[in-house]
Design a binder for this molecule. Structure first.
Ligand SMILES: *[C@@H]1O[C@H](CO)[C@@H](O)[C@H](O)[C@H]1NC(C)=O
Ligand SMILES: *[C@@H]1O[C@H](CO)[C@@H](O)[C@H](O)[C@H]1NC(C)=O
Ligand SMILES: *[C@@H]1O[C@H](CO)[C@@H](O)[C@H](O)[C@H]1NC(C)=O
Ligand SMILES: *[C@@H]1O[C@H](CO)[C@@H](O)[C@H](O)[C@H]1NC(C)=O
Length: 250
């Protein structure tokens, strides 16, 4: 396969994109125990995820379309390859006579008229997301006079499922935050009086993978003595995202 020459460029681009994406995709607070304004995790967390930024928000178990439609002009003797990180998920090779040879993983596909339209958008019918974040690249390469011309496009796919609006309970000297049905694995942050982080060892969080799905339940307990005037708040976010504090009264 003519994949090798792209590889270095694709990986380099992956890195650049990942850094850019990590910088840009700083979500706001996602869900909060005891929030009076219940918000959907997905819509809040991913308000920074837009197609213009090369970011596609997928949903666990639902088809996702990764755009790739470079303006390439007349096409013959060319190939297209999609990768998730460095693992190929789709490859098509067209010869000069318009014949096509296609290889794919898990029914990933591009439009059948891709050679005519130049639309190489990849559809993943039922994505299985083993790595997180997913970083897809669409690489095109053209053979002419014994050399390969290659271009790489990067799509960045975030896959998530919304956690249910969390429940918070105050017990004697502890606070309990619980939610369920979300993906990927969450982390729970607590804040005392909107500014102080709890002391070391005061928080125990358990995320439990639900059987037969990618989803998680999460339970977090904060054990701390706070004065009556202090507020206690918590937020559920994803492991991979950076933390962002946001003020909110309880
Ligand atoms: C396509 O590639 C074949 C084999 O490499 C070559 O013989 C042919 O001339 C090429 N056709 C075009 C249109 O470049
Ligand atoms: C590319 O193909 C996909 C799948 O058929 C379609 O949804 C999308 O609108 C197409 N994009 C363009 C720019 O034509
Ligand atoms: C996950 O949480 C839901 C709602 O509280 C509960 O019904 C379910 O039993 C929990 N599942 C596991 C495996 O803890
Ligand atoms: C909270 O205060 C009580 C009574 O002063 C004390 O027994 C307990 O150890 C304290 N708990 C924590 C987590 O500091």
């Amino acid at each position: 396969m003519p994949a090798a020459p792209w590889r270095g460029a694709a990986l380099l681009l992956c890195c650049a994109c990942l850094c850019a994406a990590l910088g840009k995709l700083t979500p706001a607070v996602c869900s909060r125990c005891g929030s009076h304004r219940p918000t959907s995790l997905v819509s809040v967390c991913f308000s920074f995820c837009t197609e213009q930024r090369g970011c596609i928000l997928g949903e666990v178990g639902k088809p996702v379309l990764l755009p790739c439609h470079p303006n390439l002009g007349r096409l013959s003797n060319f190939s297209v390859e999609w990768r998730n990180h460095d693992e190929a998920v789709f490859r098509s090779l067209w010869d000069g006579d318009g014949n096509v040879e296609t290889w794919s993983v898990n029914y990933a596909r591009i439009p059948t008229d891709a050679a005519a339209t130049g639309n190489f958008s990849l559809e993943l019918p039922s994505p299985s997301f083993q790595t997180y974040p997913n970083l897809f690249t669409c690489a095109y390469s053209k053979r002419s006079q014994n050399h390969l011309k290659s271009l790489t496009f990067v799509s960045f796919v975030v896959v998530a499922a919304s956690f249910r609006i969390p429940e918070v309970r105050k017990e004697e000297s502890s606070y309990l935050c619980r939610s369920w049905g979300g993906y990927p694995q969450p982390v729970v942050y607590w804040l005392i009086d909107d500014s102080r982080q709890p002391p070391d060892g005061a928080v125990t969080t358990r995320a439990q993978a639900l059987p037969d799905s990618h989803l998680y339940n999460v339970t977090s307990r904060l054990t701390v003595n706070v004065s009556k005037d202090d507020t206690v708040s918590s937020q559920i976010t994803f492991k991979w995202f950076r933390r962002k504090n946001e003020k909110k009264r309880k």
